[in-house]
Design a protein around this ligand. Structure first.
Ligand code: ATP
Length: 142
């Protein structure tokens, strides 16, 4: 098995760096599982969980990535996003508060109203943070 160097970068700095066996992301065109020596691509990402699997196949790192892009080159994988958090860095209380705020905003807005799309994104971000924080760190035994 081989590995590929992977960085997840935001304006706040590098959130993740590691040599991994597989990177699983949700692109705007569907799920991608990227192995070392993948063909070079650039793809836009959904607000979704990124799974970084290690060589021993049991260890997996989880990062909540809130949109952005993945760039795959021969040498490395880079994910660039406005915001991303490793599972251990997620503040659950903050995410719960943000979720409640977003739901409250959405209750008062119509789909065509100004601010609706932003409130929906805020809801998605908070839900992703909560679901990521609740994950286990190891892949279950088959
Ligand atoms: P909030 O209302 O709590 O700020 P938000 O979804 O509007 O939530 P963002 O604009 O996506 O927040 O993020 C702003 C910065 O704060 C980013 O650097 C992001 O990684 C960080 N961040 C936001 N929520 C959390 C959280 N629950 N735990 C850890 N970091 C967070």
């Amino acid at each position: 098995m081989s590995t590929v160097h992977t960085d997840i970068v935001t304006p706040a700095g590098k959130v993740y760096e590691g040599d991994v066996h597989m990177v699983c992301v949700r692109s705007k065109n569907g799920e991608l599982g990227i192995l070392p020596h993948h063909l070079p691509i650039v793809a836009p990402l959904e607000i979704a969980l990124v799974r970084l699997k290690h060589e021993d196949e049991k260890q997996v790192d989880y990062v909540a990535v809130h949109g952005g892009f993945i760039q795959v080159s021969r040498e490395k994988i880079t994910i660039l996003s406005e915001a991303a958090e490793r599972k251990a860095d997620i503040d659950v209380e903050r995410a719960k508060k943000a979720k409640a705020e977003a739901e409250k905003q959405l209750d008062t807005l119509h789909e065509t109203s100004e601010g609706y799309a932003e409130a929906l994104k805020k809801l998605k971000r908070s839900e992703l943070r909560l679901s990521t924080a609740a994950l286990n760190d190891t892949v279950p035994e088959a």
